[in-house]
Design a protein around this ligand. Sequence first.
Ligand SMILES: Cc1cc2nc3c(=O)[nH]c(=O)nc-3n(C[C@H](O)[C@H](O)[C@H](O)COP(=O)(O)O)c2cc1C
Length: 455
Amino acid sequence: MPREILLNAFSMNTVGHVSPGLWTHPRDRSTEYHRLATWTGLAETLERGLFDGLFLADVLGVYDVHRGGPDGALRHAVQLPINDPLLLVSAMAHVTRHLGFGVTANLSWDTPYQLARRFSTLDHLTEGRIGWNIVTGYLASAARAMGAEMAAHDERYDLAEDFMALAYRFWEGSWEEGAAIRDRASGVFADPARVHTIRHAGPHFHAKGIHLCEPSPQRTPLLYQAGTSRAGRAFAGRHAECVFVSGPSVPVIAPRVAALREAAVAAGRAGDDLKVFSALTVIVAETAGEARALEAEYRRHASGEGALVLMSGWTGLDFGAFEPDQEVRHIESDAMRTALENVTARGDPTRRWTVREVAEFVAIGGVAPVLVGSAAEVADAIEDWVDRTGVDGLNLSSVVFPETFERIAALLVPELQRRGRVKRAHRPGTLREKLFGRARVADTHPAACYRVRPG
Ligand SMILES: Cc1cc2nc3c(=O)[nH]c(=O)nc-3n(C[C@H](O)[C@H](O)[C@H](O)COP(=O)(O)O)c2cc1C
C-alpha cells in the first residue's frame, strides 16, 4: 500500500505570503485578506478538496533587514500589513466540519496563562480541530516594537521549554475530566474538589492558578513546530507532533526529516510520533502546456526585490547589500539558521546559489520546489518527493490566491486519490484523532506527565 500523503494549505493573514508581487495578478484575491468572506470561502474550498488542514503562518514584526528599513516590505506587501491569524478561526470552523487549523502564535511576548486560554477556547469552538504552531520569533523589529531586546537564538528555545511546561500544566493538570458536572438539580456547575490549582516555578515563569477553561476536546492543542537548527530539532523532538520544514531540494530536506525523527527517538518518543510536512508549490492545469503558460503568466508578476526582502528577514542577512551575481555564503545569525542553509553549501554541497538565483527562486513559493504540469505530472513529482524525503505531508502555498488552492482541489487531489495517496473522505474525530488516531498527546509526550488523575 502506498503511504497516504497529508495535505495542508499554507497561508497567512496578509497580502503577499511567500509569492511576493503576485498580489498584482488580476485574479489574485489576497488583497481581500481583511474580509471574513475571503477566509470562509477558502475554508469551504479546502474542506471540499479533502485538505487535512489550513496551516497559517504568522510573524510579529516587519521585514526591515533588507536595506536597513521597512520600505521594501511596505512597497511589495511582503507579509505586511499582517492581521492576527487566530481571529479567523471561529468563522472558518463555523462553515466546516473537518478541516484542521494549524495556527502560528509567538510565545515570546505572551504568557502561558493567556495563550492557554485562547487555544482552549478555540479547541472548544472548533470541536477539537485546533493546532498551535509554536514559534518564538526571529525578527528583531518585533523586539524593538515591544521595547525589549531579542533574546539570542538558543535562549529563545530555553524560554519556550519553560513556557510549554507551564502551558501543559494548565491544559492537562488543572481540571479533572468531568469536573464540570453541570448539575442543575444541586445547583453545582463545577466540583471544586476536582479543579486543581497548578503551581509552577521555572527559570522564566512562576505561576499559581487554575486554568480558566474547562477541558476542551483535545486539551493540549495539536502541536506544530518549525525550526530545524540543532536547538530547534531538539525542541521538536520533545514537543512537536507535527513539524513544518522548508527547503529547495531532496538533498536539503531528506537529512532534516531523518534528523527530526532521530531527535524524537532521543527524547524517548517514536520517529513516527512526528508528522513532518514540507513546503511545496504546485502550478497545475488540464495539460502540461497550459500549466507552463500559467507559470509564465505568474512569473511576470513576481517581485525579485520582494523575495530578497523576505530572505533578508528570514536569514538576518541584508541581501540588498550584495551584487546580483555574488554567491551566497553561510554565516551564523540569530534569525532562522536553516533559512540560509537552504541556499548555501551547508544545505547541499553540490549546489551554489547567486543572489539573483535566490531572488528568482524565492519569488514563487519561498524556499520550496515549484512543481508545474498536468495533474499526472505533478502527482508523479509529489510521489517522488514524498518517497525520497520521507515527509508525511505537504504545506501547499498559493501563488495566486485562492486560485492555486482551487486548482489543487479540482485537479490534483482527484489524481492523488486515484493513486491511493490521498483519502477519499474526511475521517471522524478531532484533529489529533484524524492524524494520529488518538484523542490526547501520546503517553511519551512531555505534556502527558502533567495529566491530573481523578482524586
Ligand atoms: C519552514 C519554517 C516556517 C516557519 N514559520 C514561522 C512563522 O510562521 N512564524 C514565525 O514567527 N516563525 C516561523 N519560523 C521560524 C521558527 O519558528 C524559528 O524561530 C526559526 O526557524 C529559528 O529556529 P531555527 O534556527 O531552529 O530554525 C519558521 C521556520 C521554518 C523553518
